[in-house]
Design a protein around this ligand. Structure first.
Ligand code: FNR
Length: 363
């Protein structure tokens, strides 16, 4: 590999690449258009360094945080990613068990190859209090969205994560080149089965719509008692609106570089969003997190937690549940270690002044 993942994560990534059908590897690894946003997500972390504080008597760092519907959880959340059965036949159930064992929230994708009820049950079989969030694209037909929410609630999901950065599908050059547009026979987006207005027994395609607005988000909030986070916010004004609308959390993300290729690195958008939110709700960041130092850098710049997408898929593809669990355990241990080296007692104890640009100035 050539990317910045090191050690265990890099080894699992290389194993995943060796094992996977190259078309599926490209689906997981690729981004939109020229893949600039993908590259920037990781590069932004490499441009920054951490200034440790010393002699603070902090003791070993505590690495849990409180998130909506997930008290006392790892500050590393599994970001929603589609089609885990393409990574490993055990699919989302294996990811769910790995996340539950690590004490990490699993955000299960609307585009999963396992139905949300089965995913959540797999997590709870490992740890009864395991938190599973359901990621949702608001559908143009409200009855479809309502049915998906009902299924997530019935499954025992503890929050909804509404992805708002996808008014249209991103253009994925690799998928176009590979003509990857359909799941192989036997696999389907199981949450989309038997929905209102759809063909009985089969699945509806996931729709994306540029007509959606804050009013649709308000309608969703009115239709559920679950906390609603919005995922894919980069502009601080959108973060302000989201908080005013009553969201329970904001996820700073450029969708792993898979939507707007001209978007900045998620990390670069984080400080302004954190300022706009001003501690009123948790701010999460995903995109390019590949180490405990990356986690701590995001925490210092105002995130309460981070999401990881591709690294979990690498673990899953390399070694199923065990590989995904190793990725999360490694990130947990690295995070605790880096926090302690930075002189912090917990995830909230690292501050923006501890992040410097390599070369000298503040970010
Ligand atoms: C994603 N992502 C994503 N996001 C979402 O809201 N719903 C989804 O179904 C998917 N599917 C998906 C598939 C694959 C293969 C990838 C790589 C990503 C985006 C994901 O939640 C997250 O924003 C990024 O993956 C974070 O970047 P890293 O950690 O992969 O660098």
């Amino acid at each position: 590999g050539t990317g910045p993942a090191t050690g265990l994560l890099a080894r699992l990534r290389d194993q995943a690449r060796a094992r996977l059908d190259p078309v599926h590897w490209d689906f997981f690894e690729g981004g939109a258009d020229g893949e600039r946003a993908v590259a920037e997500n990781e590069a932004a972390f490499r441009r920054l360094a951490l200034l440790p504080r010393v002699l603070r008597g902090s003791g070993p760092a505590r690495t849990t945080v409180d998130l909506p519907g997930a008290p006392d959880t790892l500050p590393v959340v599994v970001a929603p990613t589609a089609f885990h059965k393409l990574a490993h036949p055990a699919g989302e159930a294996a990811t769910a068990r790995a996340a539950a064992a690590a004490g990490a929230v699993l955000t299960t994708s609307m585009a999963s190859t396992t139905a949300v009820g089965e995913v959540a049950a797999a997590a709870r079989a490992v740890r009864p209090e395991a938190a599973v969030w359901f990621q949702l694209y608001l559908q143009p037909e409200p009855a479809v969205t309502r049915e998906l929410v009902r299924r997530a609630e019935a499954a025992g999901c503890t929050a909804l994560v509404v992805t708002v950065d996808s008014p249209v599908f991103g253009r994925r050059a690799r998928d176009d080149r590979n003509r990857f547009h359909d799941l192989p026979p036997g696999y389907a987006a199981e949450n989309m089965r038997d929905l209102p207005g759809g063909p009985p027994g089969s699945t509806r395609p996931i729709a994306m719509s540029p007509a959606l607005s804050w009013a649709d988000l308000a309608a969703l909030r009115a239709a559920t008692r679950l906390p609603v986070l919005v995922k894919g916010v980069l502009h601080p004004e959108d973060a302000r609106i989201a908080v005013a609308e009553g969201v329970a959390g904001v996820v700073v993300s450029n969708h792993g570089g898979r939507q707007l290729d001209a978007a900045p690195a998620a990390l670069e958008a984080l400080p302004a969003v954190a300022d706009a939110v001003a501690g009123r709700v948790p701010v999460l960041l995903d995109g390019g997190v590949r180490s405990g130092a990356d986690v701590v850098t995001a925490l210092a710049l105002g995130a309460t937690a981070v999401g990881v997408g591709r690294p979990v898929l690498w673990g899953l593809a390399a070694d199923g549940e065990r590989g995904a669990a190793r990725v999360l355990a490694e990130l947990r241990e690295q995070t605790a270690h880096v926090l302690t080296l930075c002189g912090s007692a917990d995830c909230a104890g690292v501050t923006r002044d501890q992040v410097v640009r390599r070369g000298g100035q503040a970010p």
